[in-house]
Design a protein around this ligand. Sequence first.
Ligand SMILES: Nc1nc2c(c(=O)[nH]1)N[C@H]1C(S)=C(S)[C@@H](COP(=O)(O)O)O[C@H]1N2
Ligand SMILES: [Mo]
Length: 218
Amino acid sequence: MQKPNERLIAKKEEWARYKRGHVEDGVMQDHRSRQDRLPPGQHLTKNWPVLDLGIHPDFAIESWTLNIHGLVATSTTWAWADVLAQPQIRLRSDFHCVTTWSTFDNDWDGVSFRHLMDVVKPDQDARFVFFTAYDGYTTNLPLEACDDDDVLLAHTWNGQPLSREHGGPLRMIVPKRYAWKGAKWIKEIVFLDRDRPGYWEVRGYSNTALPWDEDRYA
Ligand SMILES: Nc1nc2c(c(=O)[nH]1)N[C@H]1C(S)=C(S)[C@@H](COP(=O)(O)O)O[C@H]1N2
Ligand SMILES: [Mo]
């Protein structure tokens, strides 16, 4: 009579416990939560890759401005000192790039998009937001995607000023969408009543860009 393969069975039992989430062991817990946090088709990367059009705009912070206008009650142009004069928040979130890498637990400091909305007061008919960056890049989102508690204009990453290659001095962070929806080196935010596709959106990327739906390409 053949003997059961105890080792294999034990492994399978362990796997079943792990899948049910009943494992006490810290390493396994960690592993499980990592799986739960990775959207389909994504893998975790330790470093933070740089992805852009290859132009890293350079300018003196004194001449930097962010212009916010369109269908709003109070359009405004922020100089750097104005950005720092706004209420500051810190938010932790994961970052998902359409090219399949993700990073976890990024600490962002900056100005929440909801605060920006309080300042400019979008009109009733403002439904979309169009972003333009200093490298000429553009992207677009529905206003409801920006009007969320995890969306911000970030100038600090993990306690350090956001580096130029990652979009410093200021970039958009929209954790629930693929990262191309977050403009680095942000220059202009326009509130619109209709959608206007941005750089990648006219080149075959999904307009909605939802990582959990693996909604990569249109
Ligand atoms: N201004 C600007 N913002 C941009 C891009 C760009 O080319 N220019 N690339 C987007 C893309 S495709 C991605 S994946 C992320 C990458 O951000 P990172 O370089 O900080 O990782 O920035 C997004 N924001
Ligand atoms: Mo990207």
